[in-house]
Design a protein around this ligand. Structure first.
Ligand code: GLC
Length: 639
């Protein structure tokens, strides 16, 4: 219960009794969480924050448009809206996909045709001019990048999306702002209030002490984690590029600023916030300054505040961290159900490429089996590729259990995907070479990494088919895993690497741009007509996967996918136990025909199964089942 005096006082802020009731009920529900989380982070300073926060929340509540209030109610009635098997995401750069936000509104039919229900538009808030890390250096959170449109265009797009049953996902860059952001500018002008928004040190003593245990995110083009700024007269913390200034979340004012920003954007129609680089928020001497406990309390506080005003809104954690850490972003122990609704399954993405290169799924299985189960009310973001590089996040322990040497395997994968391993099919580029650790991450589109670029170049028709088969397999795994599959723009057409980035001055040093091509609308049109072209085969397969998925309730994200024993290391088996019956995903990661013992499948499924991908019923009468190269099956127990 809220203290009666507080409730009486708050009621005064409302003209409408029902609105007052709604706000007070939500405050009663999430307020304690907000207060506790703030106390855990800010201690005694938390109390001083509450009045200001309530004011921010009231303001946003009053400004929440009627259509979004309705969405709040609708989603409260469907708390699993991000978990249903018809939820499919698409990720695109506004300009590269459709020119402008208006342009995106004109392309919704395309997305609908594919079955997309969730659209993540890559950073589109006003970034600094020139180099801006693909928009991840935000200058103004309340303005849209001018060449893409305006805030009103964003709201209009959100309304169109909602009318089509789709949601809008935006990045919330909360670890850092651009050096040109107003806060940084004021700090540079000598305002002490804003200097305290950042981590600034007068000399190298503290930075050196931190550097002793800090990794480097961009060792080639942004070495080190601190940047000297003449105007500040100090070293400012810059984990990423020198122009991205890390915020000081130990300052409660920073917290309040972000509540205000989140609610402002939520009222513009944003449904899901991708919490960019969330792992880095809290700094602690002697650590790698990632995954600190305060990060989870802060997320929890942000989420509680958001739910009071905009319960339709969900959070997605972008935490590219070790599996043991990742699970905390979905809420373990006291944080269960109280932090992010969704997190990227980076490990699965890495294992897809690892198994494709080695034609062996033992490590895949070991890595998945080492994962703790996720809370049932959360969901994974599944992806084959994204706009970032692929880092070989494979632990030595998992590798050892699979009979591999972690270091050697990571080296093999870098060689394989950068195209230097003899016999490789991949065309990728080395990203983030770290001379000290020898680490080499990889850039490249899914299609180029899967062999399509090389096969097309050499006129190798069989190679083309094989590359498409690989891409189809990878997508079958992510769509068959449960969670929200995130399709990266162009992958539905098997778009190749775009080497043109080398000619764009602000992109040339960062080869992640090789896998951020322009949408090819001519190819998209052709793909829908010529189903035998590589793009056509890919597009048709994705449509099929998406339809099959929507018709398979077993893929609801509340259920876990478990990697189970497979007698043939080339074949991955993923089992889901749904009340309707078991589901087994069967995936041949090799270029060979495999005779797979049916006995194992019988153990999981009984005497018969339906293949939701191939169609038809299988009786496991024979001792073996033939799996063609890169074959994927989604088997369920017949109804
Ligand atoms: C995230 C983004 C990446 C960006 C970084 C810094 O990891 O995905 O593209 O460089 O954050 O904002």
């Amino acid at each position: 219960m809220l203290p009666p005096e507080l409730a009486t006082q708050l009621r005064l802020a409302f003209d409408d009794d029902r609105d007052a009731e709604t706000f007070l009920l939500r405050l009663e529900r999430y307020g304690p969480d907000l207060v506790e989380s703030l106390q855990m982070v800010y201690g005694d300073r938390a109390a001083g924050l509450l009045d200001g926060l309530i004011e921010v929340m009231l303001h946003a509540f009053h400004n929440r448009p009627p259509d979004l209030r309705r969405l709040d109610e609708a989603r409260l009635l469907r708390p699993d809206w991000l978990q249903t098997p018809d939820m499919v995401g698409y990720v695109a750069y506004t300009d590269r996909f459709a020119g402008t936000l208006q342009g995106v509104r004109g392309r919704l039919d395309y997305l609908k045709g594919l079955g997309v229900r969730y659209l993540h538009l890559m950073p589109l808030l006003k970034p600094r001019e020139g180099e801006n890390d693909g928009g991840y250096a935000v200058q103004d959170y309340r303005a849209v990048r001018p060449d893409l449109g305006s805030m009103d265009d964003l709201s209009a797009l959100a309304r169109d999306l909602h009318a089509e049953g789709m949601s809008l996902v935006l990045d919330l860059v909360l670890n850092h702002v651009a050096r040109e952001h107003e806060w940084a500018q004021k700090a540079r002008a000598g305002d002490p209030r804003y200097r305290a928004y950042f981590h600034v040190y007068p000399d190298r003593t503290q930075p050196d002490a931190y550097e002793a245990t800090l990794p480097e995110v961009f060792p080639e083009f942004a070495p080190g984690n601190f940047t000297w700024d003449e105007a500040l007269g100090g070293w400012v913390w810059t984990t990423f590029n020198t122009y991205q200034w890390d915020l000081n979340w130990a300052n409660p004012e920073v917290f309040q600023e972000f509540v205000d920003i989140i609610l402002y954007l939520a009222n513009r129609g944003v449904d899901v916030f991708r919490l960019d680089a969330i792992a880095f928020l809290w700094k602690r001497l002697g650590t790698d300054c990632q995954n600190q406990p305060e990060v989870h309390w802060l997320t929890r506080a942000l989420r509680a505040a958001t739910r009071i005003v905009a319960p339709a809104v969900a959070f997605k954690a972008e935490a590219i961290v070790a599996p043991a850490q990742l699970i905390h972003y979905l809420g373990t122990r006291a944080h269960h159900g109280k932090v992010s609704d969704m997190a990227y399954h980076n490990s699965l993405m890495v294992q897809l490429w690892s198994s494709l290169a080695s034609r062996d799924t033992t490590l895949f299985r070991e890595a998945l089996q080492a994962f703790s189960p996720k809370p049932t009310n959360t969901t994974w973001g599944m992806y084959v590729r994204c706009h970032d590089d692929i880092g070989w996040a494979i632990s030595d322990e998992d590798a050892a259990r699979a009979g591999l040497n972690g270091e050697a395997h990571r080296r093999f994968l870098s060689d394989f995907y950068s195209g230097v391993f003899p016999g490789t099919f991949a065309r990728g580029l080395v990203f983030g070479f770290n001379a000290q650790t020898g680490d080499r991450r990889i850039s490249g589109t899914a299609a180029s990494l899967a062999g399509l670029e090389m096969a097309l170049e050499t006129g190798d028709e069989v190679g083309v088919s094989t590359a498409i088969a690989r891409l189809r397999l990878l997508h079958a795994v992510i769509l068959g895993f449960g969670g929200v599959p995130l399709l990266y723009m162009g992958d539905e057409l098997a778009l190749l690497n775009d080497y043109g980035f080398q000619n764009v001055p602000e992109h040339a040093a960062d080869n992640r741009w090789v896998h951020r091509p322009q949408m090819d609308w001519a190819l998209a049109a052709q793909a829908r007509e010529d189903v035998n072209s590589p793009a056509g085969r890919m597009y048709a397969w994705l449509q099929k996967l998406i339809q099959a998925r929507a018709a398979t309730p077993h893929l609801h994200a509340s259920v876990e996918s478990r990697a189970v024993y497979s007698p043939d290391p080339r074949v991955l088996l993923l089992r889901r136990d749904h009340p309707l019956g078991s589901f087994v995903g069967v995936y041949n990661f090799s270029h060979e025909d495999v005779s797979f013992p049916t006995e194992v499948l019988r153990e999981h499924l009984g005497d018969q199964a339906e293949d939701r991908l191939g169609g038809g019923r299988l009786t496991f009468a024979r001792a073996t089942l033939r799996l063609e190269p890169y074959r994927a099956m989604w088997l369920v127990q017949p109804a």
